[in-house]
Design a binder for this molecule. Structure first.
Ligand code: NCD
Length: 313
C-alpha cells in the first residue's frame, strides 16, 4: 500500500505500510543530505509556509532546511509578531495564508487538535509539527528511522520511554507508531506523570526505573514539560534525577547494546546525565537530528505527490 494521505496530522491514521514507505523514502534523503550538493527538485514550484505558535529550534530549522533542499519557496512566519496578537483567530490567520496559495503548511500549536481543525479549512497539505500533548508525527517517524538504522529492524524491540509521559506528544506519537510496528513499549515515570487511561494502549507501566529498563533495546528520555504543567508534579528536580534521571548505573539495567534517545531540548542533570547524552557509543541524539531533516523531506515529498495527483484530476 503506497502513502495515500492528504495531510500528516498524526501517526494514528497511518497504515504500517505507509510508515515503511515513508521511512524508505527518507533513506534516499539521508544519502542526499550526506552528498556534496544536497539538492533535489521534489518541491520545485511549490510554496511551504511554516507557522510555529510555540517555541522550536530543531523542528522549525529542520522543516525549513527540508523544504529548501527540495526546492520549495519556504516562508517561516514570525507568529509572535503576527496579527494573532491583535486578536485574529487561528482560523482567520489560516484563511488569510490560504488565499496566498501555499501548497504545504507546517503548523505547531500549543492546543491539542488545533492543527486538525486548521486542516479542514485550507486546501493544501498540512503537516503537524506538534499540537499540545496530542501528536508530533515527524518526531516519531525520525525516531523510528533512527531505531531502524541502529537496530537493523523496527519490530519485536523493547522500547522504554521515560519521564514526563503525561504532557508529551512525542511519547504519544511514538507509542502509537511502535505499537503499529509490533514492538513492546514500556512507559517509565512517577504516577503523577502518567496519563490517565494509559493501560488502553496495551503497554507496561513502571514507576521503578531499573525494573522498567530491564532488557530494553532502546531507552528514550523525555524532558519535564513545565510549560504544560499546572502545579507541582515532582518533589524537586534533584529528587527526580535521583529516581528517573538516566545515568550509567541505571542504563546498565538495559541491554548492553541499548541505544539512548532524546528528542531535545535536553535538561542535563534533570532527566539525563550529560555524560550519557554525550557518549557516542550509546547516544544517538545527534543522529535523531540528522534523521529529522530526511524524514521531513520524505514526508513533504510524498504529500506533494498526492497533492499534485489530486489537483490533476
Ligand atoms: C519536543 C516537542 O516539542 O514536543 N521537541 C522537539 O520537537 N524536538 C519535545 C519537548 O519539547 O520536550
Amino acid at each position: 500500500m503506497p502513502f495515500t494521505q492528504r495531510h500528516l496530522l498524526g501517526i494514528e491514521p497511518l497504515h504500517p505500510s505507509e510508515i515503511t514507505a515513508l521511512l524508505d523514502r527518507a533513506e534516499h534523503y539521508v544519502a542526499l543530505n550526506r552528498s556534496a550538493t544536497k539538492h533535489a527538485d521534489a518541491l520545485q514550484g511549490l510554496t511551504q509556509i511554516n507557522m510555529f505558535f510555540e517555541a522550536s529550534t530543531r523542528t522549525q530549522a529542520s522543516f525549513e532546511l527540508a523544504g529548501k533542499r527540495l526546492g520549495a519557496d519556504v516562508m517561516s512566519m514570525a507568529m509572535a509578531q503576527s496579527s494573532l496578537k491583535k486578536g485574529e483567530t487561528l482560523i482567520d490567520t489560516a484563511l488569510t495564508l490560504n488565499a496566498m496559495h501555499p501548497d504545504l503548511l507546517v503548523v505547531r500549536h500549543p492546543s491539542s487538535g488545533a492543527v486538525n481543525l486548521l486542516a479542514e479549512k485550507v486546501n493544501c497539505a498540512v503537516l503537524n509539527a506538534g499540537d499540545g500533548r496530542h501528536e508530533h508525527p515527524t518526531q516519531a517517524l525520525l525516531d523510528a528511522l533512527t531505531i531502524r538504522r541502529a537496530k537493523g529492524r523496527l519490530h519485536r524491540l523493547t522500547v522504554a520511554i521515560c519521564g514526563d509521559i503525561a504532557h508529551s506528544r512525542v511519547a504519544r506519537s511514538n507509542l502509537i507508531l511502535l505499537g503499529k510496528m509490533e514492538n513492546r513499549v514500556r512507559l517509565i515515570g512517577p504516577p503523577t506523570l502518567m496519563p490517565s487511561g494509559v493501560a488502553d494502549f496495551g503497554c507496561e507501566v513502571h514507576d521503578d526505573m531499573r525494573a522498567g529498563l530491564e532488557g530494553a533495546d532502546v531507552v528514550m528520555m523525555l524532558r519535564l514539560q513545565k510549560e504544560r504543567m499546572d502545579g507541582a508534579f515532582i518533589p524537586s528536580e534533584r529528587e527526580f534525577f535521583h529516581r528517573y534521571g538516566l545515568d550509567a548505573e541505571k542504563l546498565a539495567c538495559a541491554k548492553p547494546d541499548a541505544i539512548v534517545m532524546h528528542p531535545g531540548p535536553m535538561n542535563r542533570g534533570v532527566e539525563i546525565d550529560g555524560l550519557i547524552a554525550d557518549d557516542i557509543n550509546r547516544s544517538v541524539i545527534q543522529e535523531q537530528v540528522e534523521m529529522g531533516v530526511a524524514v521531513r523531506m520524505a514526508a513533504m515529498d510524498l504529500l506533494a505527490q498526492n497533492l499534485r495527483a489530486a489537483r490533476a484530476v
